[in-house]
Ligand binder design. Structure first.
Ligand code: FAD
Ligand code: N01
Length: 540
């Protein structure tokens, strides 16, 4: 290893791509452990997801006190969260504070996009290139690039003909002013469901284009009550331990009962209580919701009834009711006043499933049946090239010139433990495909990975080892296992078009990408490998 005070910043022990929750934590931890580290980030500010997704209404659905780092007690004691669920601007302020407080900025290069990386066999190092022509070499390349950081390519017919302004939720301009405008939103996933109610309050007319309806659970956000934050802080270590001990990476008081083992009245009362409580806890109503179709049907019926009660126009309500996939097979959506918004006189719903979008025109869009909808502003909330997008954008060449893009385009993102892909030594991938990532509180999963990576590097340093890489056989078995576990649940079922399995993008290989067994089982697998001398990896 080179010493921390490298002569040239272009040669480091660890090069990290991305300055979101993962990249910032990696930088802090690995620098503390004595490595020279450099972080390269496309954005002009740290924050990752929370820098880019600045659209009105953007908010996290994990409680603020849990969606934050646990690795520094002073930090968690001094930071003042104000709401139960944090808004985008609050998380961004928090991450910016972390960067300042731990003096991270001096090792971060912002507005620096990595375009490619090539493994140099003779030096056992990565040579990394940036868009503006800079080059770096590093023994380890940690791709903290995010699993929802690259938008899906927009596949809307004739979009180039539209004459108004187009705004993208994943890169929302600071100065967007929509008061009094006629706006159309395309996309009704988590992003659409947050941006729609927020825009409805300020625009003149809002047209919501829906292809597949989602199950939308009310957030029930609120300011933290007096003394609530202090109570959390008084027992923070215990709270963090409980979070790490729950499969979702955040403690939920899950009901241990199965939905179909209780009578209809108890089932209804339980759903109702959890619905009133709001948030993702709704999914903890019963233990078998993601395992038993009948149980899932019951929770789906409950939500459909709620939609019918909230939305006044029953034709609109019916269009908003999902009926072709289990609740949970698509990422559950949590939002405030989503269904209520369709009772506003300035909001209309356009269903492009029954009546497909034919083409954009100069002044709006035309549907297959000839209907025309006019607006002056189009908001795209059309989602992401999840998990693989940030990797396949880059030209990453491993051993013998192997191109990651080609391998993953053919087979999907095959990894061992989600951390390493065979043929790409010393390239590590925190909180992405093959690990619980998006099926958990991501901050818990990120911390799990950062500490495992730090331990691995320490072990390699102690044993004088230079490279680590997934063993092809272990990788095959892990990918099969991830798929098998997913198929024990209802996650892969139905025609949800879920990005969990790449189904939102035509031609993308389909395999279930996050590890559905959860953070605890996954942590055991990580520990088993480490304790047995990193079984499943080749160390040299
Ligand atoms: P990111 O925050 O995505 O950061 C990756 C960074 O890498 C980005 O800044 C990107 O610019 C940079 N990068 C990528 N490629 C390159 C390159 N080639 N060169 C240079 N830089 C590059 N998770 C939850 O647990 N709960 C939630 O409620 C939740 N809400 C979300 C809401 C939205 C709108 C989105 C999009 C995601 C949400 N997530 C949520 C998931 C969220 O992405 C993670 O929780 C977490 O922020 C991921 O952190 P990260 O550092 O791993 O990745
Ligand atoms: O993206 P999505 P997202 N024509 O893929 C539609 C996290 N997140 O940005 O379903 C018409 O879910 C598409 O329709 P369909 C969270 O993990 C969290 O909303 O393909 N419509 C769908 O409605 C989330 O899951 C929060 O039929 C088209 C929408 O666009 C993930 O990010 C908040 C279309 C895309 O939905 C991604 O969410 C925000 C087309 N050609 C995000 N193409 C929290 O609150 C796409 N669509 C936690």
């Amino acid at each position: 290893m080179t010493s921390r005070s490298v002569d040239s910043a272009a040669e480091v022990d660890v090069l990290v791509v991305g300055a979101g929750f993962s990249g910032l934590h990696l930088l802090h931890r690995l620098r503390e452990d004595g490595y020279s580290v450099r972080v390269l980030e496309s954005a002009p500010e740290v924050g990752g997801t929370w820098y880019w997704n600045r659209y009105p209404g953007a908010r996290c659905d994990v409680e603020s006190v849990d969606y934050s780092y646990s690795w520094d007690d002073d930090l968690q004691q001094e930071w003042e969260w104000t709401e139960k669920y944090p808004a985008q601007r609050d998380i961004l302020a928090y991450l910016s504070h972390v960067a300042d407080r731990f003096d991270l900025r001096k090792d971060i290069e912002l507005e620096t996009t990595v375009t490619g990386a090539t493994w140099d066999e003779s030096a056992s190092r990565w040579a990394v290139r940036t868009e503006d022509g800079r080059e770096y070499t590093a023994q380890f390349l940690v791709m903290a690039v995010g699993c929802l950081s690259v938008p899906k390519e927009v596949d809307l017919p004739g979009l180039e003909h539209f004459g108004g302004q187009i705004l993208r939720t994943w890169n929302w301009p600071e100065d967007a002013e929509l008061t009094g405008r006629d706006v159309c939103v395309i996309g009704t996933g988590s992003t659409g469901a947050q941006v729609v109610p927020a825009l409805a309050e300020v625009v003149r007319r809002l047209t919501v284009v829906q292809r597949t309806p989602n199950f939308v659970i009310p957030t029930r956000n609120r300011p933290l009550a007096e003394g609530e934050l202090e109570a959390v802080k008084a027992e923070y270590p215990e709270r963090r331990r409980r979070n790490a001990g729950h499969s979702a990476g955040v403690f939920r008081s899950d009901n241990p009962k199965n939905a179909m083992e209780v009578d209809a009245a108890e089932r209804q009362a339980t759903f109702q209580e959890r619905w009133e409580g709001g948030g993702i806890n709704f999914l903890g109503s019963f233990a078998d919701l993601m395992f038993d179709q009948a149980a899932n049907d019951a929770i789906c019926s409950f939500v459909r009834e709620k939609i019918g009660e909230i939305v006044e126009d029953q034709k609109v309500a019916d269009l908003l009711k999902p009926d072709s996939y289990p609740l949970g097979a698509k990422r559950p959506v949590v939002a405030t006043d989503y269904y209520e918004t369709f009772n506003r006189p300035n909001v209309s719903l356009v269903d492009v499933r029954a009546n497909p979008l034919e083409a954009f025109t100069e002044s709006g869009l035309a549907l297959a049946n000839g209907e025309q909808h006019d607006f002056d502003t189009l908001v795209l909330a059309t989602g992401f090239d999840a998990f693989t997008g940030a990797f396949t954008k880059m030209e990453i060449r491993g051993r013998d010139g192997l191109l990651l893009r080609d391998v993953w385009q053919e087979e999907g993102p095959k990894t061992f433990l989600g951390l390493s892909s065979a043929g790409f030594p010393n390239m590590l991938m925190p909180a992405n495909a093959g690990s619980p990532s998006v099926l958990s509180n991501m901050v818990t999963s990120i911390e799990q990975h950062v500490s495992w990576i730090a331990d691995l590097l320490a072990e390699m340093r102690a044993r004088g080892l230079r490279t680590i890489e997934a063993e092809p056989e272990a990788q095959e078995k892990w990918v099969e296992h991830v798929e098998e576990v997913a198929h024990m649940t209802l996650w892969p079922n139905g025609d949800s078009g879920s990005w969990y399995r790449g189904a939102n993008i035509a031609g993308k290989p389909q395999l279930f990408m996050p590890y559905a067994a959860g953070v605890v089982e996954y942590g055991n697998a990580l520990e088993r490998s480490a304790k047995s001398g990193y079984a499943g990896f080749v160390l040299a």
